[in-house]
Ligand binder design. Structure first.
Ligand SMILES: *[C@@H]1O[C@H](CO)[C@@H](O)[C@H](O)[C@H]1NC(C)=O
Length: 316
């Protein structure tokens, strides 16, 4: 009995310690301004950033470095009250380097109206696979505009795991049949806020209302724990020596399954309108399919829109 408790304790320590013990980067150490002039503000502590959206512009920042695999995390507090149409995104992309065959790993917060349920979306593109969206949507067990919560991406050669407050919410395992659709080229980490009135909230039914602007998303506790790649010599890789988190442990899997059972609101694997035959990596559970049918159809953003939005604002 004691032995069992000891083992459980050890496993738990691993699960909860996996990300919390990693070093926190200040903004200047890890990031640069991307677009939206004064709408990005670094706070006095040097570790927190406000991104705001007003009638003039959204805003965003990006990591100095390109990474091939690693663990990337931020604590984020979303704008509150009426935020319909406002999208906050925390994602990795290499769209600036590979226009035709970019990779992307996304967390997107889709705006909300006070009192309604927040929705977040995750998605992945690999090697320009923008015609195969792999979106999933979920509700949360808290209001993400009340407080900071941690959102993390673990990306290895074999899988991608999305975490919310150290709860794994999605795992994408690389399968042979996915081929290049699994992100495999170095990417930059981004955070942006922008107006996605056309699609974000209830399929575009509720638009951004600038009466409530500025919309401010707060970021802190940045973790950039990965292998950096020299942008000139992409073969030269520098890895953090303690990159040790590389697979999901059984206890995390139990929590993940419970999260997905209770909070998943959409999965591309069950969207018969888009995919008469689900993409090869999908494992279709009939009970899950029945439950998810209630939420279809949904309105998705343009393929690879994150990258394009950042860029459009950047140039304007
Ligand atoms: C990625 O796309 C490029 C160009 O479209 C292609 O040449 C290459 O083989 C693809 N890579 C993988 C891993 O599928």
């Amino acid at each position: 009995m004691d032995y069992l408790l000891l083992i459980l304790g050890f496993v738990f320590a691993l699960a909860s310690g996996s990300s919390t013990t990693l070093p926190i980067s200040s903004f200047d150490e890890g990031f640069s301004h991307l677009f939206g002039d004064n709408n990005m503000q670094v706070l006095k502590d040097g570790k927190s950033v406000h991104l705001s959206l007003d009638q003039r512009t959204g805003s965003g920042f990006l990591s100095h470095d390109l990474y091939l695999h690693g663990f990337f995390s931020a604590s984020i507090k979303l704008p509150a009250y009426y935020t319909a149409g406002v999208v906050v995104a925390f994602y990795m992309s290499n769209g600036d380097m590979y226009e035709k065959n970019h990779d992307e790993i996304d967390f997107e917060f889709l705006g909300n109206i006070k009192g309604k349920e927040w929705k977040i979306q995750t998605n992945v593109y690999g090697n320009g696979s923008t015609n195969v969206g792999r979106e999933e949507r979920y509700s949360l067990w808290f209001d993400p505009s009340n407080d900071f919560h941690q959102y993390s991406i673990l990306w290895t050669q074999d899988h991608i795991i999305f975490y919310v407050d150290n709860v794994a919410i999605r795992e994408i395992k690389r399968t042979e049949s996915m081929g290049g659709d699994f992100p495999s080229k170095p990417m930059t980490l981004y955070a942006t806020i922008w107006d996605a009135s056309e699609w974000a909230t209830n399929g575009g039914k509720y638009k951004v209302n600038y009466k409530y602007a500025p919309y401010v998303a707060e970021f802190s506790n940045f973790v950039l724990h990965g292998c950096t790649v020299d942008p000139i010599d992409l073969m030269s890789l520098q890895c953090d020596p303690e990159t040790s988190i590389d697979s999901i442990i059984p206890m995390e899997r139990i929590k993940m399954e419970s999260f997905r059972k209770n909070h998943m609101k959409y999965s591309y694997c069950h969207d018969k309108k888009r995919y008469t035959t689900p993409p090869s990596e999908c494992v279709v559970d009939s009970k899950e399919a029945k439950w998810l049918k209630n939420f279809n159809p949904i309105t998705l953003g343009d393929s690879g829109h994150l990258h394009h939005h950042g860029k459009r604002h950047h140039q304007s």
